[in-house]
Design a protein around this ligand. Structure first.
Ligand code: CA
Length: 427
Protein backbone atom coordinates (compact mmCIF):
# COMPACT_ATOMS: atom_id res chain seq x y z
CA UNK A 1 0.00 0.00 0.00
CA UNK A 2 1.59 3.28 -1.09
CA UNK A 3 1.36 6.27 1.24
CA UNK A 4 -0.11 9.44 -0.32
CA UNK A 5 2.53 11.52 -2.08
CA UNK A 6 3.75 14.41 0.07
CA UNK A 7 3.59 17.73 -1.76
CA UNK A 8 7.30 18.33 -1.05
CA UNK A 9 8.15 15.02 -2.80
CA UNK A 10 6.34 15.94 -6.04
CA UNK A 11 8.81 14.99 -8.81
CA UNK A 12 7.64 17.93 -10.93
CA UNK A 13 8.98 20.53 -8.46
CA UNK A 14 11.96 22.63 -9.52
CA UNK A 15 14.00 25.14 -7.56
CA UNK A 16 15.29 28.62 -8.35
CA UNK A 17 18.60 27.26 -7.03
CA UNK A 18 19.73 26.07 -10.47
CA UNK A 19 22.27 23.50 -9.25
CA UNK A 20 19.45 21.62 -7.48
CA UNK A 21 17.74 20.88 -10.80
CA UNK A 22 20.64 18.86 -12.26
CA UNK A 23 19.56 15.22 -12.57
CA UNK A 24 22.79 14.10 -10.91
CA UNK A 25 22.42 16.35 -7.83
CA UNK A 26 22.15 14.54 -4.51
CA UNK A 27 20.17 17.48 -3.18
CA UNK A 28 17.21 18.36 -5.41
CA UNK A 29 14.27 20.20 -3.84
CA UNK A 30 12.64 16.81 -3.15
CA UNK A 31 15.41 15.89 -0.67
CA UNK A 32 16.07 18.80 1.76
CA UNK A 33 18.30 16.97 4.27
CA UNK A 34 19.23 18.65 7.57
CA UNK A 35 22.68 19.12 9.05
CA UNK A 36 25.05 21.56 10.72
CA UNK A 37 27.57 23.91 9.17
CA UNK A 38 29.82 26.77 10.19
CA UNK A 39 31.51 29.49 8.25
CA UNK A 40 34.81 29.40 10.18
CA UNK A 41 36.62 27.15 12.64
CA UNK A 42 35.67 29.25 15.62
CA UNK A 43 32.11 30.23 14.71
CA UNK A 44 29.02 28.54 16.09
CA UNK A 45 27.29 25.64 14.36
CA UNK A 46 24.21 26.68 12.37
CA UNK A 47 21.33 24.52 11.18
CA UNK A 48 21.43 24.06 7.44
CA UNK A 49 19.48 22.29 4.71
CA UNK A 50 21.31 21.16 1.57
CA UNK A 51 19.88 22.38 -1.75
CA UNK A 52 21.95 21.74 -4.88
CA UNK A 53 25.48 22.95 -4.15
CA UNK A 54 24.23 25.41 -1.50
CA UNK A 55 23.26 25.32 2.16
CA UNK A 56 20.16 27.16 3.36
CA UNK A 57 20.77 28.75 6.78
CA UNK A 58 17.44 28.06 8.48
CA UNK A 59 17.79 30.81 11.05
CA UNK A 60 18.66 33.46 8.49
CA UNK A 61 15.69 32.33 6.42
CA UNK A 62 13.49 32.93 9.48
CA UNK A 63 12.45 29.28 9.75
CA UNK A 64 13.91 28.49 13.19
CA UNK A 65 14.54 30.64 16.26
CA UNK A 66 17.94 29.26 17.25
CA UNK A 67 20.71 26.93 16.14
CA UNK A 68 19.76 23.99 18.37
CA UNK A 69 19.35 21.10 15.94
CA UNK A 70 18.72 18.54 18.69
CA UNK A 71 15.64 20.56 19.56
CA UNK A 72 14.57 20.59 15.93
CA UNK A 73 14.89 16.84 15.44
CA UNK A 74 12.63 16.11 18.43
CA UNK A 75 9.70 18.00 16.92
CA UNK A 76 6.49 16.05 16.38
CA UNK A 77 6.25 14.44 12.94
CA UNK A 78 3.54 16.87 11.78
CA UNK A 79 5.59 19.90 12.91
CA UNK A 80 8.77 18.76 11.20
CA UNK A 81 6.76 17.91 8.10
CA UNK A 82 5.34 21.47 8.11
CA UNK A 83 8.88 22.87 8.41
CA UNK A 84 10.02 20.78 5.43
CA UNK A 85 6.99 22.02 3.47
CA UNK A 86 7.85 25.66 4.28
CA UNK A 87 11.45 25.14 3.12
CA UNK A 88 10.21 23.49 -0.07
CA UNK A 89 7.78 26.33 -0.84
CA UNK A 90 10.45 29.00 -0.31
CA UNK A 91 12.93 27.24 -2.62
CA UNK A 92 10.48 26.55 -5.45
CA UNK A 93 10.73 28.27 -8.79
CA UNK A 94 8.52 31.36 -8.64
CA UNK A 95 8.44 31.58 -4.82
CA UNK A 96 7.59 35.02 -3.44
CA UNK A 97 10.10 34.35 -0.64
CA UNK A 98 13.05 33.94 -3.00
CA UNK A 99 14.77 37.18 -1.94
CA UNK A 100 14.65 36.30 1.77
CA UNK A 101 15.83 32.73 1.18
CA UNK A 102 18.53 33.81 -1.27
CA UNK A 103 20.09 35.97 1.44
CA UNK A 104 20.25 32.85 3.65
CA UNK A 105 22.16 30.71 1.15
CA UNK A 106 25.84 29.89 1.45
CA UNK A 107 27.84 27.68 -0.96
CA UNK A 108 28.68 24.26 0.45
CA UNK A 109 32.23 24.72 -0.87
CA UNK A 110 33.00 27.52 1.60
CA UNK A 111 31.53 26.06 4.81
CA UNK A 112 32.59 23.31 7.18
CA UNK A 113 30.04 20.55 7.59
CA UNK A 114 29.93 18.79 10.93
CA UNK A 115 28.48 15.82 12.74
CA UNK A 116 24.80 16.53 11.93
CA UNK A 117 23.59 16.75 15.56
CA UNK A 118 24.93 16.16 19.06
CA UNK A 119 25.08 12.38 19.31
CA UNK A 120 24.29 11.04 22.76
CA UNK A 121 24.30 7.27 22.82
CA UNK A 122 25.39 5.08 19.96
CA UNK A 123 24.14 1.54 19.43
CA UNK A 124 25.55 -0.57 16.65
CA UNK A 125 23.23 -3.21 15.24
CA UNK A 126 24.09 -6.15 13.01
CA UNK A 127 21.20 -6.27 10.53
CA UNK A 128 23.25 -7.29 7.49
CA UNK A 129 22.52 -11.00 7.28
CA UNK A 130 24.95 -11.59 4.39
CA UNK A 131 27.69 -9.88 6.41
CA UNK A 132 26.82 -11.86 9.55
CA UNK A 133 26.91 -15.08 7.54
CA UNK A 134 30.22 -14.27 5.81
CA UNK A 135 31.92 -13.23 9.06
CA UNK A 136 30.42 -16.21 10.89
CA UNK A 137 31.89 -18.50 8.22
CA UNK A 138 35.38 -17.17 8.92
CA UNK A 139 35.01 -18.29 12.55
CA UNK A 140 32.52 -21.19 12.31
CA UNK A 141 32.42 -22.65 8.77
CA UNK A 142 29.70 -25.20 9.61
CA UNK A 143 27.46 -22.92 11.66
CA UNK A 144 27.90 -19.31 10.50
CA UNK A 145 24.71 -17.78 11.92
CA UNK A 146 24.16 -18.13 15.65
CA UNK A 147 20.70 -19.40 16.67
CA UNK A 148 19.46 -16.03 17.97
CA UNK A 149 20.10 -14.10 14.72
CA UNK A 150 16.68 -14.58 13.11
CA UNK A 151 14.82 -13.83 16.32
CA UNK A 152 16.51 -10.86 17.94
CA UNK A 153 18.08 -7.79 16.29
CA UNK A 154 21.67 -8.16 17.55
CA UNK A 155 23.45 -5.03 18.77
CA UNK A 156 25.98 -3.66 21.24
CA UNK A 157 26.57 -0.26 22.80
CA UNK A 158 29.22 1.73 20.98
CA UNK A 159 31.17 4.86 21.79
CA UNK A 160 29.58 8.21 20.85
CA UNK A 161 32.55 10.42 21.80
CA UNK A 162 34.69 9.28 18.88
CA UNK A 163 32.12 9.71 16.11
CA UNK A 164 33.70 12.19 13.72
CA UNK A 165 32.53 14.34 10.82
CA UNK A 166 33.06 13.34 7.22
CA UNK A 167 36.37 14.68 5.89
CA UNK A 168 38.20 13.98 9.14
CA UNK A 169 41.29 11.80 9.51
CA UNK A 170 41.93 9.48 12.43
CA UNK A 171 45.03 7.72 13.71
CA UNK A 172 45.54 4.04 13.12
CA UNK A 173 44.77 2.52 16.52
CA UNK A 174 47.19 0.74 18.78
CA UNK A 175 45.81 -2.36 20.40
CA UNK A 176 46.44 -5.64 22.07
CA UNK A 177 46.68 -8.39 19.50
CA UNK A 178 47.76 -12.01 19.60
CA UNK A 179 48.99 -13.88 16.58
CA UNK A 180 47.65 -17.47 16.47
CA UNK A 181 51.14 -18.92 16.95
CA UNK A 182 52.28 -16.40 19.58
CA UNK A 183 52.57 -17.39 23.24
CA UNK A 184 51.36 -14.04 24.51
CA UNK A 185 49.65 -10.93 23.17
CA UNK A 186 51.53 -7.71 22.40
CA UNK A 187 50.63 -4.06 21.76
CA UNK A 188 50.93 -3.11 18.11
CA UNK A 189 49.39 -0.74 15.58
CA UNK A 190 46.45 -2.55 14.01
CA UNK A 191 47.63 -4.32 10.84
CA UNK A 192 44.09 -5.31 9.81
CA UNK A 193 42.29 -1.97 9.73
CA UNK A 194 38.94 -2.22 7.97
CA UNK A 195 35.84 -0.21 7.09
CA UNK A 196 32.18 -1.10 7.66
CA UNK A 197 29.57 0.19 5.20
CA UNK A 198 26.61 1.16 7.37
CA UNK A 199 23.72 3.58 7.59
CA UNK A 200 23.22 5.77 10.67
CA UNK A 201 19.68 6.08 12.03
CA UNK A 202 19.16 9.29 14.01
CA UNK A 203 16.59 9.20 16.79
CA UNK A 204 14.53 12.40 16.97
CA UNK A 205 11.81 11.93 19.57
CA UNK A 206 12.75 10.39 22.92
CA UNK A 207 10.68 7.97 24.97
CA UNK A 208 10.27 7.92 28.73
CA UNK A 209 12.32 5.31 30.56
CA UNK A 210 10.19 2.25 31.22
CA UNK A 211 7.86 2.92 28.28
CA UNK A 212 8.55 0.77 25.20
CA UNK A 213 7.95 2.20 21.74
CA UNK A 214 5.56 0.03 19.74
CA UNK A 215 6.43 -0.94 16.18
CA UNK A 216 3.40 1.11 15.05
CA UNK A 217 4.89 4.25 16.57
CA UNK A 218 8.55 3.50 15.94
CA UNK A 219 9.10 5.67 12.87
CA UNK A 220 7.69 8.76 14.62
CA UNK A 221 10.82 8.58 16.79
CA UNK A 222 13.24 8.51 13.85
CA UNK A 223 14.37 11.82 12.35
CA UNK A 224 16.51 10.66 9.47
CA UNK A 225 19.25 8.54 8.00
CA UNK A 226 22.94 9.19 7.27
CA UNK A 227 25.87 7.23 5.89
CA UNK A 228 28.08 5.72 8.57
CA UNK A 229 31.51 4.05 8.51
CA UNK A 230 32.23 1.97 11.59
CA UNK A 231 36.02 1.61 11.26
CA UNK A 232 37.14 -1.72 12.69
CA UNK A 233 40.52 -3.16 13.70
CA UNK A 234 40.05 -6.84 12.93
CA UNK A 235 43.20 -8.06 14.68
CA UNK A 236 42.28 -6.27 17.91
CA UNK A 237 38.66 -7.46 17.54
CA UNK A 238 39.62 -11.13 17.11
CA UNK A 239 41.51 -11.20 20.43
CA UNK A 240 39.19 -9.04 22.56
CA UNK A 241 35.65 -9.82 21.41
CA UNK A 242 34.83 -12.87 23.51
CA UNK A 243 32.67 -13.04 25.54
CA UNK A 244 31.23 -9.48 25.58
CA UNK A 245 31.74 -8.25 22.02
CA UNK A 246 33.84 -5.55 20.39
CA UNK A 247 35.48 -2.82 22.50
CA UNK A 248 38.73 -1.03 21.54
CA UNK A 249 38.59 -2.53 18.05
CA UNK A 250 35.70 -0.16 17.29
CA UNK A 251 35.82 2.76 19.72
CA UNK A 252 38.78 4.66 18.20
CA UNK A 253 36.70 6.30 15.39
CA UNK A 254 33.50 6.11 13.37
CA UNK A 255 32.70 8.56 10.56
CA UNK A 256 29.24 10.01 9.89
CA UNK A 257 28.04 11.93 6.82
CA UNK A 258 26.86 15.53 7.35
CA UNK A 259 23.27 15.30 6.09
CA UNK A 260 20.30 13.61 7.75
CA UNK A 261 17.94 12.53 4.98
CA UNK A 262 14.47 12.53 6.52
CA UNK A 263 12.08 9.60 6.41
CA UNK A 264 9.68 12.00 4.66
CA UNK A 265 12.15 12.44 1.77
CA UNK A 266 12.68 8.66 1.66
CA UNK A 267 8.93 7.99 1.43
CA UNK A 268 8.89 7.34 -2.38
CA UNK A 269 11.60 4.70 -1.95
CA UNK A 270 9.86 2.48 0.58
CA UNK A 271 9.44 -1.20 -0.26
CA UNK A 272 7.68 -4.21 1.12
CA UNK A 273 9.64 -6.23 3.64
CA UNK A 274 9.67 -9.99 3.83
CA UNK A 275 11.83 -12.91 4.78
CA UNK A 276 12.95 -15.97 2.88
CA UNK A 277 10.59 -18.93 2.95
CA UNK A 278 11.13 -21.05 6.04
CA UNK A 279 12.57 -18.26 8.22
CA UNK A 280 10.70 -17.57 11.47
CA UNK A 281 8.02 -14.90 11.54
CA UNK A 282 9.09 -12.07 13.87
CA UNK A 283 7.66 -12.13 17.39
CA UNK A 284 4.50 -9.96 17.63
CA UNK A 285 6.27 -6.84 19.02
CA UNK A 286 8.48 -6.85 15.88
CA UNK A 287 5.70 -7.56 13.41
CA UNK A 288 3.01 -5.42 11.80
CA UNK A 289 1.20 -5.14 8.51
CA UNK A 290 2.69 -1.69 7.87
CA UNK A 291 6.16 -3.08 8.52
CA UNK A 292 5.56 -5.87 5.99
CA UNK A 293 3.95 -3.50 3.46
CA UNK A 294 6.56 -0.72 3.57
CA UNK A 295 9.23 -1.46 6.17
CA UNK A 296 12.19 -1.64 3.78
CA UNK A 297 13.92 1.35 2.14
CA UNK A 298 15.57 1.06 -1.27
CA UNK A 299 18.91 2.85 -0.74
CA UNK A 300 21.78 2.08 -3.12
CA UNK A 301 25.21 2.16 -1.53
CA UNK A 302 28.77 2.44 -2.81
CA UNK A 303 32.20 2.08 -1.19
CA UNK A 304 35.05 4.01 -2.80
CA UNK A 305 38.74 3.58 -1.94
CA UNK A 306 41.22 6.34 -2.77
CA UNK A 307 44.89 5.57 -2.08
CA UNK A 308 47.46 8.35 -1.51
CA UNK A 309 48.89 7.63 -4.96
CA UNK A 310 45.42 8.08 -6.51
CA UNK A 311 44.89 11.32 -4.55
CA UNK A 312 48.23 12.69 -5.77
CA UNK A 313 47.23 11.87 -9.36
CA UNK A 314 43.84 13.60 -8.97
CA UNK A 315 42.03 10.22 -9.22
CA UNK A 316 38.73 10.11 -7.28
CA UNK A 317 39.24 6.46 -6.30
CA UNK A 318 37.80 3.06 -7.24
CA UNK A 319 34.38 1.69 -6.35
CA UNK A 320 35.26 -1.48 -4.44
CA UNK A 321 31.71 -2.51 -3.55
CA UNK A 322 28.05 -1.78 -4.34
CA UNK A 323 25.17 -2.83 -2.14
CA UNK A 324 21.57 -1.96 -1.26
CA UNK A 325 20.00 -1.39 2.16
CA UNK A 326 16.75 -3.24 1.31
CA UNK A 327 18.63 -6.31 0.05
CA UNK A 328 21.21 -6.35 2.82
CA UNK A 329 19.07 -5.80 5.93
CA UNK A 330 17.31 -8.60 7.76
CA UNK A 331 15.52 -6.15 10.10
CA UNK A 332 13.77 -2.82 9.44
CA UNK A 333 14.35 0.56 11.09
CA UNK A 334 11.02 0.25 12.93
CA UNK A 335 11.99 -3.17 14.29
CA UNK A 336 15.28 -1.79 15.65
CA UNK A 337 13.46 1.00 17.54
CA UNK A 338 10.81 -1.38 18.92
CA UNK A 339 13.42 -3.91 20.00
CA UNK A 340 15.77 -1.34 21.57
CA UNK A 341 12.99 -0.07 23.85
CA UNK A 342 11.25 -3.37 24.63
CA UNK A 343 12.90 -3.45 28.05
CA UNK A 344 12.05 0.19 28.75
CA UNK A 345 15.38 1.62 27.63
CA UNK A 346 15.10 5.40 27.16
CA UNK A 347 16.17 6.72 23.76
CA UNK A 348 17.28 10.34 23.60
CA UNK A 349 17.05 12.91 20.90
CA UNK A 350 20.31 12.53 18.98
CA UNK A 351 20.90 8.85 19.70
CA UNK A 352 22.48 7.04 16.79
CA UNK A 353 21.84 3.50 15.63
CA UNK A 354 24.42 2.00 13.29
CA UNK A 355 22.69 -0.48 10.99
CA UNK A 356 25.55 -2.98 10.95
CA UNK A 357 27.57 -3.77 7.84
CA UNK A 358 25.31 -3.78 4.79
CA UNK A 359 26.83 -6.45 2.57
CA UNK A 360 24.73 -7.60 -0.36
CA UNK A 361 24.10 -11.26 -1.15
CA UNK A 362 26.98 -11.61 -3.64
CA UNK A 363 30.66 -11.65 -2.55
CA UNK A 364 31.53 -8.51 -4.57
CA UNK A 365 28.77 -6.63 -2.71
CA UNK A 366 30.53 -7.00 0.65
CA UNK A 367 30.64 -3.93 2.88
CA UNK A 368 34.00 -4.67 4.52
CA UNK A 369 37.52 -5.56 3.41
CA UNK A 370 37.65 -8.67 5.56
CA UNK A 371 34.83 -10.08 3.42
CA UNK A 372 36.18 -8.75 0.08
CA UNK A 373 39.62 -10.25 0.77
CA UNK A 374 38.45 -13.45 2.53
CA UNK A 375 39.98 -12.44 5.83
CA UNK A 376 43.06 -10.89 4.18
CA UNK A 377 43.89 -14.00 2.12
CA UNK A 378 43.08 -12.51 -1.29
CA UNK A 379 44.28 -9.08 -2.40
CA UNK A 380 42.08 -6.59 -4.23
CA UNK A 381 43.62 -5.23 -7.46
CA UNK A 382 42.95 -1.51 -7.94
CA UNK A 383 42.65 0.25 -11.30
CA UNK A 384 46.13 1.82 -11.05
CA UNK A 385 47.81 -1.51 -10.31
CA UNK A 386 47.98 -1.11 -6.53
CA UNK A 387 46.92 -3.98 -4.28
CA UNK A 388 45.12 -3.94 -0.94
CA UNK A 389 44.00 -6.35 1.70
CA UNK A 390 43.43 -4.04 4.66
CA UNK A 391 43.77 -0.22 4.79
CA UNK A 392 47.16 1.47 4.60
CA UNK A 393 48.12 4.87 6.03
CA UNK A 394 46.82 7.67 3.83
CA UNK A 395 43.97 5.60 2.34
CA UNK A 396 40.57 7.29 2.22
CA UNK A 397 37.25 5.49 2.19
CA UNK A 398 34.28 7.34 0.76
CA UNK A 399 30.76 5.96 1.25
CA UNK A 400 27.98 7.17 -1.02
CA UNK A 401 24.25 6.47 -1.06
CA UNK A 402 21.31 7.40 -3.25
CA UNK A 403 17.72 6.45 -4.06
CA UNK A 404 16.32 6.11 -7.57
CA UNK A 405 12.90 5.04 -8.78
CA UNK A 406 11.18 5.63 -12.12
CA UNK A 407 8.77 8.55 -11.89
CA UNK A 408 10.59 10.17 -8.93
CA UNK A 409 13.53 12.49 -8.50
CA UNK A 410 16.78 10.82 -7.51
CA UNK A 411 17.94 11.89 -4.05
CA UNK A 412 21.35 11.30 -2.49
CA UNK A 413 23.10 11.25 0.87
CA UNK A 414 26.24 13.18 -0.11
CA UNK A 415 29.41 11.44 0.99
CA UNK A 416 30.97 10.01 4.13
CA UNK A 417 34.75 10.36 3.83
CA UNK A 418 37.49 9.38 6.24
CA UNK A 419 41.27 9.05 5.95
CA UNK A 420 43.65 6.77 7.84
CA UNK A 421 46.51 8.68 9.50
CA UNK A 422 49.67 6.98 10.83
CA UNK A 423 49.62 5.69 14.38
CA UNK A 424 50.00 8.49 16.95
CA UNK A 425 53.63 8.85 18.02
CA UNK A 426 53.39 11.93 20.22
CA UNK A 427 54.17 15.51 19.31
CA1 CA B 1 29.56 -2.24 12.87
Amino acid sequence: MAAPLLDANDPALESWVESANAASSDFPIQNLPFGRFRRQDDSAWCIGVAIGDQVLDLRRAGLVENHDINRLIRLKPETRQALRQAISEGLRTGSAQREKFEAALVPQSVVMLGVPCDIHDYTDFYVGIHHATAIGKQFRPDNPLLPNYKWVPIGYHGRASTIVASGTGFHRPLGQTKAPDAQEPAVNPSARLDLELELGIIIGRPNAQGVPISIAQAEEHVFGITLFNDWSARDIQAWEYQPLGPFLSKSFASTISPWMVTLDALEPFRKSWSRPEGDPRPLPYLDSKANSDRGAIDIQLEVWLQTPRMAAAGHAGDVISRSNFAEAAYWTVAQLVAHHTLNGCALQSGDLFGSGTLSGPRPEQAGSLTELTLGGKQQIALSNGELRTFLQDGDSIILKGFCERPGFRRIGFGECRGTVLPVYRGT
